[in-house]
Write a protein that binds this ligand. Structure first.
Ligand code: NAD
Ligand code: ZN
Length: 378
C-alpha cells in the first residue's frame, strides 16, 4: 500500500510499504478516507524529535472498517469510524479515569500512545491507504454512514477535541473572557470551543493575517502580536484587568516579535494577559528535549518560565495531551445536530501523492494553508 514515509528533516515521500493487517484479535483494519496533517507532525518533519527515517506519519485518521479481528465485538466491516489520535487500551487505571491520553498499557515508560508518532509507541500512522487500529472496540467512534460532514468529522481525531480540552483545562464557563495564543488549527478550535461553552469574548493572538481573519470570521477578536505586545493589547481591551482564562495553543516553538529575545515564551505572555486568580490551559506542546532548538537551553527543553509573577497573581495552570475520547462523542453529536461546524479551518483536501508538497507549504505556513486533509485512494 502507499504511505507517507519520513525520510529526513524537511523531506517526506510517498512510498510502497507493507500492508496494514490484523496483528491482535482486538484489532480492526480501516480503509483510510481522510488523514490530516497536524502541527504536531511538523515537530518530526523539522527534525526536532530525533525521529528515525521510515516512520509512517498520520495520527488524525478516519475511514471505513475493512476487516475485524476475532476479538472485536461492537465494530463491523463497513462501519464508518474516526479514531482518537491517542491509542488507548480502555482498561488501565488512567483509561478508566477518562485520561486516555495517558494510557499505561500501550506505551510502557511513556505517557500515552499515538499513531505515527516518535516515542508514542509502535503504531503506524494513517497517511496511508490502510491503518491497523488496536483495541478497536474502545478506540473507534462510529459515524453515520455515507460521506456527509467528512471534514467536520475528520477533525474529531485530534484538533476539535484538543481545542475543547484546552477550554476544559482552563475551566471556561459561560460569560467569561478568554485569550487564546496561537491561531493555528488548534488555537482556532480552542477559540471555537470557548464560544460553544458560552464565553462572552474571545481574543485570538497570532501574526499570520490569514489565520487572524479566520478567528475574526467566527466572532473572536484578533490580536496581532506583530503590532505590539499581545498581553498589553488584551489588557487595554479588558479594562486593564486581563481575561478570565487563557489558552496556550503554540507551545515551545513560539516565535518572538522582531527585536525580542529568543525564544519567546507564550506562557509568560499568558501570565500577563490573564487576570489575577485566572486559569491557564496549555495544549501547545512542550518537549523534554529539542535537538533543533535555537539555544543550548532550548535544546535541553529548558525555557524560562517566570513563576514569580504566576504565584503573585494566584494563577492556576493545567497541561497535557488531549484525552480525545472524553469529548469526541459529544462533539460528534453537536456536528450531527448542526450546532458545530469545525470544518471551517480546512483549507485543502489533497490526494496522498501530494503529501510532500503539502508538508512543505504547511510547514512554511504559506498564506491560506491552515489545515490539510489527505485523501488516500483519491
Ligand atoms: P501551528 O504551528 O499550525 O500553529 C501555531 C500558531 O502559533 C501559528 O499560527 C503561529 O503563527 C502562532 N504563533 C507562533 N508564535 C506565537 C506567539 N509568540 N504568540 C502567538 N502565536 C504564535 O500548530 P497547530 O496544529 O495549531 O498546533 C499548535 C500546538 O498544539 C502545537 O504545539 C501542537 O504540537 C500542539 N498540539 C497539542 C495537542 C495535545 O493533545 N495537547 C494536540 C494537537 C496539537
Ligand atoms: Zn494532531
Amino acid at each position: 500500500m502507499r504511505a507517507v514515509v519520513y525520510q529526513e528533516p524537511y523531506d517526506v515521500a510517498v512510498e510502497d510499504v507493507e500492508d496494514a493487517r490484523i496483528e491482535d484479535p482486538t484489532d480492526v483494519v480501516i480503509k483510510v478516507t481522510t488523514s490530516a496533517i497536524c502541527g504536531s507532525d511538523l515537530h518530526m518533519y523539522e527534525g526536532r524529535t530525533g525521529a528515525e527515517p521510515g516512520i509512517v506519519f498520520g495520527h488524525e485518521n478516519m475511514g471505513v472498517v475493512q476487516e475485524t479481528g476475532p476479538g472485536v465485538a461492537g465494530i463491523r466491516e463497513g462501519d464508518r469510524v474516526v479514531l482518537p489520535f491517542n491509542v488507548a487500551c480502555g482498561f488501565c487505571r488512567n483509561c478508566l479515569a477518562g485520561n486516555t491520553g495517558f494510557c499505561l498499557t500501550v506505551n510502557k515508560g511513556f505517557a500515552g500512545g499515538a499513531y505515527g508518532y516518535v516515542s508514542m509507541g509502535p503504531y503506524r500512522g494513517g497517511q496511508a491507504e490502510y491503518l491497523r487500529v488496536p483495541f478497536a472496540d474502545f478506540n473507534c467512534l462510529k459515524l453515520p454512514p455515507g460521506d456527509e460532514h467528512e471534514d467536520d468529522f475528520a477533525l474529531l481525531a485530534d484538533i476539535f477535541p484538543t481545542g475543547y480540552h484546552a477550554t476544559e483545562l482552563a475551566r471556561v464557563s459561560p460569560g467569561e473572557t478568554v485569550c487564546v495564543f496561537g491561531a493555528g488549527p488548534v488555537g482556532l478550535m480552542a477559540a471555537y470551543s470557548a464560544q460553544l461553552r458560552g464565553a462572552s469574548r474571545v481574543f485570538v493572538v497570532d501574526r499570520q493575517p490569514d489565520r487572524l481573519r479566520l478567528a475574526e470570521r467566527i466572532g473572536a477578536v484578533p490580536v496581532d502580536f506583530g503590532q505590539g505586545d499581545a498581553a498589553e493589547q488584551i489588557k487595554e481591551q479588558t479594562g486593564g484587568e486581563g481575561t478570565d482564562k487563557g489558552i496556550d495553543a503554540v507551545g515551545y516553538q513560539a516565535t518572538a516579535r522582531e527585536g525580542e529575545e529568543q525564544p519567546a515564551i507564550v506562557l509568560n505572555a499568558l501570565v500577563e494577559a490573564v487576570r489575577p486568580t485566572g486559569m491557564l490551559g496549555v495544549v501547545g506542546l512542550y518537549v523534554p528535549e529539542d535537538p533543533g532548538g535555537p539555544s543550548e537551553h532550548a535544546q535541553k527543553g529548558e525555557l524560562l518560565f517566570r513563576i514569580g509573577k504566576f504565584f503573585e497573581k494566584g494563577l492556576r495552570m493545567a497541561t497535557g495531551q488531549a484525552n480525545v475520547k472524553a469529548y469526541n462523542r459529544q462533539l460528534r453529536d453537536l456536528i450531527i445536530a448542526g450546532r458545530a461546524e469545525p470544518g471551517f479551518v480546512v483549507s485543502h483536501r489533497l490526494p496522498l501523492e501530494d503529501a510532500p508538497d503539502a508538508y512543505r507549504r504547511f510547514d512554511r505556513r504559506e498564506d491560506g494553508w491552515t489545515k490539510v486533509l489527505l485523501k488516500p485512494g483519491r
